[in-house]
Design a protein around this ligand. Structure first.
Ligand code: PGA
Length: 243
């Protein structure tokens, strides 16, 4: 894993967007998998602007939604699908037929997993994924102690994730599970970018970089992956810089 630090969130986001642009320039019909959440919002803004003024051409790319809260759908504020459409797919003019996401309202979640796995296979695997690191080190909804497996998983949410979830919904919702692309499939992506910003992430960034490699902290599993880059702003990097 390579680690790069930036003075500001904006610079970190710019670098993430430029990496996506470089990947697209080489592989125009790649499959991209972007996390929802607050961390990649700056990158989404920059990518949409780049698409608008022709600095990037996302018209042939395909998209796989990383994860979804079980029980939430497009009409729920804070669902991953709603966040991704508002922040990225719509502003960047991504055709709907190029996007596959989990339906958090589906009755059969095993089938949802299978459909996502079929999409990933049909697109030739994940070309590039840009992931946020959760406060507990989760990646998507691969929560602490998740089995490391290919394909997709339905995972019970841990207490940290449930507590943090209120920031997305604006109110407490009784979320208990998430559905997510699994760590095995993410680690096989040709290029992985992990993002973290802000002082509140400095502890988990330290654990990601220096703690034991274990599924107790899913983000550590990317450390030995040569195709992973960790992009940080100054505040998120504070604790690793003390080493
Ligand atoms: P955040 O979430 O980007 O909103 O901090 C990251 C995560 O929990 O995966």
């Amino acid at each position: 894993m390579k680690i790069t630090m930036f003075e500001s969130y904006e610079e970190m986001s710019q670098q993430a967007a430029e990496r996506v642009a470089a990947h697209i320039a080489e592989h125009p019909d790649t499959l991209l998998c972007f996390a929802a959440g607050e961390t990649p919002m700056g990158m989404f803004r920059i990518l949409a602007a780049m698409q608008e003024d022709g600095r990037i051409d996302l018209s042939q790319a395909r998209f796989a939604g990383l994860d979804e809260w079980v029980g939430l759908g497009p009409n729920d504020t804070g669902s991953c699908i709603q966040v991704m459409h508002d922040a990225f797919y719509r502003p960047a003019n991504i055709p709907l037929e190029h996007i596959h996401v989990f339906d958090g309202l589906a009755a059969d979640l095993t089938e949802e997993c299978q459909k996502m796995e079929n999409w990933i296979t049909a697109c030739g695997g994940i070309g590039m994924t840009v992931l946020g690191i959760g406060m507990n080190g989760h990646i998507g909804f691969n929560e602490p102690d998740v089995p490391v497996q290919n394909g997709c998983i339905v995972c019970d949410l841990d207490d940290t994730t449930k507590a943090v979830s209120i920031k997305y919904f604006g109110q407490p919702l009784p979320v208990r599970q998430g559905i997510s692309i699994g760590l095995g499939s993410l680690i096989q992506a040709r290029e992985v970018v992990l993002l973290a910003n802000g002082a509140r992430k400095s502890e988990i960034v330290h654990a990601t970089v220096h703690g034991p490699v274990s599924n107790r902290v899913p983000s550590t599993l990317f450390r030995d992956h040569l195709c992973t880059t960790l992009l940080l702003d100054r505040e998120a990097a504070i604790q690793i810089q003390k080493e």
